[in-house]
Design a protein. Structure first.
Length: 523
């Protein structure tokens, strides 16, 4: 099969997502990572929109990209403006990108009501712009904006626009499903007609997700003959987003058999997804196909029992192929097979009696309000307690929290922790921004001279949920803490009627997990 070219527009279309704003450094970092991953085109933005975009095109040359072409984005010349005098044309040529993407109107309503010109004027604008860029040595990708809506409204005119761009030398004709309202059957049929008419042209597809069909529409277009696919990492984009390359690419490779990103590079897909989420300062989407943390997470006991016998029973693809991993979730819904699978993954015992004992402990804890799905470190400690291999690193004698508010309204929080390590009593005080922060600081300070590696870890997330809300102020609360060091992240849980004690339990598990992990690593 012919290779499908992958065109990434995360740095332009993706940045139009609400709440997303990449700095110049961010854009350069993402561009470098996209190139390493192996995409064919990286769209950098419109060079005249702001100084940051101009600087991007100046500095991206210094990255010496090995796989991808940098693309500058802009529109066709304005009406009643000679192409050589058009501001956009000058900006596209001035940024020195080897390829440009020109957006041209294909919906007659947009031509007459938005551009306020005639249909013939629009055809000339598209043709002039493409020809001018080709004469100046650029690879030209023509984005036929609103093509599918335009085709349904006036098929003759929409095709005339493509013809004008093709005759002028466009290297690719990209059909844009700009409003995101078409269904896969429509996209397939219309794309098929375009491919039939423009047999020698490279036909592409650019879809939006307003009807939750962006990925399906992109794949339908490929099935109809498109060989160029545009999208963004994680589906970032205006309104409901763009087609998600993290889903499109593995579908093309592993489901449809097309050549695109090399299979060994595809193993970095999950890492790429999380990298872009982190740069964008967004929380990863847990249930995203292929790359989400829950994509290969299994909770039902029957499912897990079947997976232990044959991984294909409840997984459509091996998670390793996209750099993800299989996870077995532990809850009151789990059976002994779930516990066994968890223990096998951690290379622990295969004893069904032990698994049953652990299951009973889990069910008892969850009945109290615990939840281990997001607290695998607490589950690991529970397993060690069940196996009799848990040895606490310290013993608490007492802790005390003091919160004061002075006459100026300033709040001072102080935590005192007294504990014992190998018979040595440590009694310390620490201030913090709140009770949990102060308690965390006191715990670390008290353990620092015994376990110096405790300073490598940090608390990165803290969540509180009321377990039995009907009990009012006497309700139990569940505290989930996420921690990390330079190697890993882990979650712990604590439950109590007192939020401070629930937090303490989660903090202790977090610290204990770090110390146990390091001891096991170092033998």
């Amino acid at each position: 099969m012919e290779k499908i070219k992958v065109y990434d527009t995360t740095l332009r279309d993706g940045m139009q997502a609400e709440g997303v704003s990449f700095s110049l450094a961010d854009k350069l970092l993402i561009a470098k990572r996209l190139d390493e991953f192996g995409v064919d085109y990286i769209e950098g933005g419109y060079p005249m929109s702001n100084p940051k975009e101009q600087q991007f095109f100046e500095q991206v040359e210094g990255l010496h990209l090995k796989n991808a072409k940098i693309v500058a984005f802009g529109s066709t010349r304005r009406a009643n403006t000679p192409v050589a005098d058009d501001t956009c044309m000058k900006a596209l040529l001035g940024c020195k990108a080897p390829a440009v993407t020109l957006v041209g109107k294909t919906w007659d309503m947009h031509v007459t009501e938005v551009l306020k010109c005639t249909l013939d004027d629009n055809l000339e604008m598209c043709a002039d712009s493409v020809k001018y860029m080709k004469e100046n040595g650029k690879e030209v990708i023509f984005d036929a904006e609103h093509f599918f809506d335009g085709y349904k409204a006036n098929a003759k005119f929409a095709m005339q626009v493509l013809q004008a761009a093709d005759d002028a030398g466009a290297d690719a004709l990209v059909l844009c499903e700009t409003n995101g309202g078409c269904l896969p059957s429509e996209v397939y049929e219309i794309t098929k007609k375009v491919c039939k008419k423009f047999k020698k042209a490279t036909v592409g597809i650019h879809t939006h997700n307003d009807s939750d069909c962006a990925v399906a529409n992109a794949l339908a277009a490929v099935s109809a003959g498109a060989t160029h696919v545009q999208g963004t990492v994680n589906g970032l984009g205006e309104r409901t987003g763009n087609a998600n390359l993290c889903t499109i690419i593995p579908n093309l490779v592993h489901k449809m058999g097309y050549e695109t990103i090399a299979k060994d590079k595809l193993e970095g897909l999950t890492e790429l997804s999380r990298y872009v989420f982190e740069i964008a300062n967004l929380s990863p989407v847990m249930n995203m196909p292929y790359v989400g943390e829950s994509a290969f997470a299994h909770k039902g006991g029957l499912h897990i029992d079947a997976l232990r016998k044959n991984k294909k029973t409840y997984e459509h693809i091996a998670p390793e192929l996209v750099g993800n991993e299989r996870r077995f979730l532990i809850s009151e819904l789990s059976g002994s097979s779930s516990i066994l699978a968890k223990l096998e993954k951690k290379k622990l015992v295969k004893d069904k009696a032990v698994a049953q004992k652990i299951l009973q402990m889990v069910q008892k804890k969850e009945n109290e309000g615990y939840q281990f799905e997001a607290a695998e470190a607490s589950f690991d400690i529970l397993v060690k307690k069940a196996l009799g291999t848990y040895k606490p690193s310290f013993e608490l004698e007492k802790y005390h929290i003091d919160v004061e508010r002075d006459t100026d309204g300033r709040i001072v929080t102080e935590a005192t922790v007294k504990l014992r390590v190998d018979g040595v009593v440590e009694h310390v005080v620490s201030e913090g921004d709140g009770p949990v922060n102060a308690l965390d600081g006191a715990l670390r300070k008290s353990l620092g001279r015994f376990y110096p590696n405790i300073h490598e870890m940090s608390l990165i997330d803290y969540k509180v949920r009321v377990v039995n809300a009907k009990a009012g102020t006497a309700a139990r609360v569940r505290v989930i803490i996420e921690s990390r060091d330079h190697e890993a992240m882990w979650g712990t849980v604590g439950v109590h009627e007192n939020i401070i004690d629930a937090s303490w339990k989660a903090l202790v598990d977090s610290v204990e997990y770090k110390l146990i992990k390091d001891r096991e690593k170092n033998g």
